[in-house]
Design a protein around this ligand. Structure first.
Ligand code: SAM
Length: 231
């Protein structure tokens, strides 16, 4: 399957191990991952947040229940909501979410904004599970000679070393542990290049009692609700 499908499968595999009740996908774009997570019976509250309201408005039908789902009701109801908002700002409604996913999002943020991203997720939301994926720059030699970024909106692309250093610093600062994984394998003889997309899978440490500080905004509900549906 194409790499983006492999990314979603990896996220579903990781979520399936933790079975979080409340999940938020930042940078949800066309809500493709949300549609897949919505099929998981352990989820009771699912939110997608993206800064681009046009993408969300085009996707509202995707969060509606399928006709067939009335024949097969879920064990617990599921609420799906789409919000226009920035991951750099904290919104009170997300405070007690169990899992955060950010698939190919961080590389779209300005380096100076990464701290606000970290504070929102690891200090404010403080979920048990955080899944972050980003392109692996080491892998780019397999694509082109020019070393251009894979997408014009990418603000950076990190090598495996750069990404892992960033993740480990977050863990030190906010008392999390991280495991590295990836999808999209290199051909034989190039395994040292790692995966096409690299993943950091963060778990909150059991002794993590860090105090939360609301960041990003003085207003407590800053994201705009675009659509909501109950399954
Ligand atoms: N996660 C999706 C996927 O894997 O299919 C799409 C990733 S797309 C490459 C990056 C998305 O991040 C875009 O939809 C963009 O609008 C969104 N984005 C960029 N900056 C953002 C921010 N500060 N807060 C929330 N979303 C943001």
């Amino acid at each position: 399957p194409p790499v983006y499908i492999q990314r979603y499968s990896k996220v579903l595999e990781m979520l399936g191990k933790e079975t979080p009740r409340k999940v938020v996908d930042f940078g949800c774009a066309e809500c493709k991952l949300l549609q897949l997570i919505a099929r998981e019976e352990y989820v009771e509250e699912l939110c997608g947040v993206d800064i681009n309201s046009t993408l969300l408005e085009m996707s509202t039908r995707k969060i509606e229940p399928l006709i067939a789902s009335y024949l097969n009701p879920r064990p617990q109801p599921l609420t799906i909501s789409l919000f226009q908002g920035s991951v750099l700002q904290s919104d009170k409604r997300f405070e007690n979410f169990d899992a955060v996913t950010c698939v190919e999002l961080v590389e779209h943020l300005l380096p100076n904004d990464l701290n606000a991203f970290i504070v929102n997720i690891f200090n404010f939301i403080q979920p048990k599970l955080v899944i972050i994926s980003t392109p692996n720059a080491d892998f780019n030699v397999l694509f082109n000679e020019s070393k251009a970024f894979r997408h014009p909106d990418h603000k950076f692309e990190w090598s495996q070393l750069q990404f892992q250093k960033w993740c480990l610093e977050i863990c030190d600062m906010y008392n999390y542990s991280v495991r590295f994984d990836g999808v999209g394998t290199a051909p034989n003889g190039s395994k040292n290049l790692g995966f096409c997309s690299q993943f950091g899978i963060f778990s909150k440490n059991a002794d993590n009692n860090s105090r939360k500080t609301l960041s990003g905004s003085t207003n407590s509900t800053v994201y705009n609700l675009i659509a909501k549906s109950v399954h």
